[in-house]
Write a protein that binds this ligand. Structure first.
Ligand SMILES: C[S@@+](CC[C@H](N)C(=O)[O-])C[C@H]1O[C@@H](n2cnc3c(N)ncnc32)[C@H](O)[C@@H]1O
Length: 205
């Protein structure tokens, strides 16, 4: 891993994604969560202040060691129990049907084998459990999607593995989850190439 990816990008990511417009979206997206929750791609813990009181515990899964001092501070300040687990979403170290809910925010773009990760999400959800997601991805506009495909190699370098052209709803459906609720919108003040949002809940069939 190079200097940019290891030392600069975590600060850049935390600063960008901690902006108020992102915080507002986090608060809205996390409202349906309850019980024991698995967060995949925990990052620097920016979701912690937004978990509703209906959540008893968060298992925070993150393969990279990002801003450890900041993460420790946020975990200590969280009003709920948080357990940090170093693992990748493609192979979740949990039994089948363990969690009431799974959540991801701006993470499906970066997971290398996203199809495997979503199959794991389905596996670890209890029957009737919810997968709650807030993700950016492929535009429904063919013109924008074409530019997303063209510029994706550049985005992967700038965003350290981030893809801007993944069709999030299709990927979730292909993993055997149904989507009773999906909102599509563009993040205000963000270029459409990286601001095409998918927010919703999905359930195992
Ligand atoms: C753009 S960041 C978003 C972080 C956080 N979810 C947020 O909303 O601020 C993408 C995150 O996905 C994580 N990630 C990358 N590959 C992963 C994998 N295979 N499994 C789980 N998380 C992964 C990255 O380390 C990073 O923390």
């Amino acid at each position: 891993m190079g200097f940019y990816a290891k030392y600069l990008f975590p600060h850049l990511m935390d600063w960008t994604m901690g902006a108020r417009k992102f915080q507002e979206q986090r608060g809205e997206a996390l409202k349906p969560l309850h019980g024991e929750v698995l967060e995949i791609g925990f990052g620097t813990g920016l979701n912690l202040p937004h978990y509703p009181p209906t959540v008893a515990k968060v298992v925070a899964l993150e393969p990279a060691c990002l801003l450890p001092t900041t993460v420790a501070r946020r975990m200590a300040a969280a009003p709920i129990l948080v357990e940090l687990v170093r693992a990748s979403a493609e192979r979740l170290p949990f039994e089948d049907h363990h969690f009431d809910c799974v959540v991801s925010t701006w993470t499906l773009c970066t997971i290398p084998d996203v199809a495997a990760a979503l199959r794991e999400v389905r596996r670890v959800l209890k029957p009737g459990g919810h997968y709650v997601f807030l993700e950016h991805g492929r535009s429904d506009s063919p013109r924008i999607a074409k530019w997303q495909d063209r510029l994706n190699p550049l985005q992967q370098r700038i965003g350290v593995g981030c893809n801007m052209n993944r069709a999030i709803d299709r990927l979730i459906a292909e993993a055997g989850l149904r989507l009773p609720h999906l909102d599509r919108f563009v993040m205000p003040g963000i270029p459409r190439l990286v601001g095409e949002m998918y927010r919703g809940t999905a359930l195992p069939h």
